[in-house]
Write a new protein. Structure first.
Length: 145
């Protein structure tokens, strides 16, 4: 399961090996285990640049997906704001824990990967299908832990 991971931020300690393993399990759960997934863990500054450049929207966002080159070997790229993931983890638990951060990054990684597979959430029907797939993948990962 080819997963490339670049931790382009230094503000928050991230268990990169665990993120890479989780990404491999997500690919396997989506029957895409032979495809390349590239992950960028970044800060809000870089995420703002990406969001404005590619989506034309101001400010940072939590996750962005960029489809691959159309070949069956490359699924695409997912950029995740570790700062936003950490803020959400802190809000949920009252403090930032490694497990809480990993959970938030996993949620964003699932979301981004589903976008790469053609899922969308802008209309009710497709949004419901995307939520079902996200829950299925989350359960699959819980069972693998």
């Amino acid at each position: 399961m080819p997963v490339l991971l670049n931790n382009g931020q230094r503000a928050v300690a991230v268990p990169t090996a665990a993120v890479r393993r989780t990404a491999g399990r997500i690919l396997k759960g989506m029957n895409r285990k032979g495809e390349l997934l590239s992950i960028l863990l970044t800060d809000n500054r870089k995420m703002t640049e990406l969001h404005e450049r590619w989506m034309g929207e101001p400010g940072p966002t939590d996750v962005l997906s960029f489809s691959g080159d159309g070949s069956v070997e490359v699924l695409g790229d997912v950029a995740i704001s570790v700062e936003i993931a950490a803020q959400r983890a802190r809000k949920r638990a009252g403090r930032l824990t490694p497990a809480g951060l990993q959970r938030q990054i996993t949620t964003l990684l699932i979301h981004g990967a589903l976008h790469l597979c053609g899922h969308d959430h802008h209309r009710p029907g497709p949004a419901a299908r995307m939520r079902r797939q996200a829950r299925r993948l989350a359960r699959l990962l819980e069972g693998a832990a």
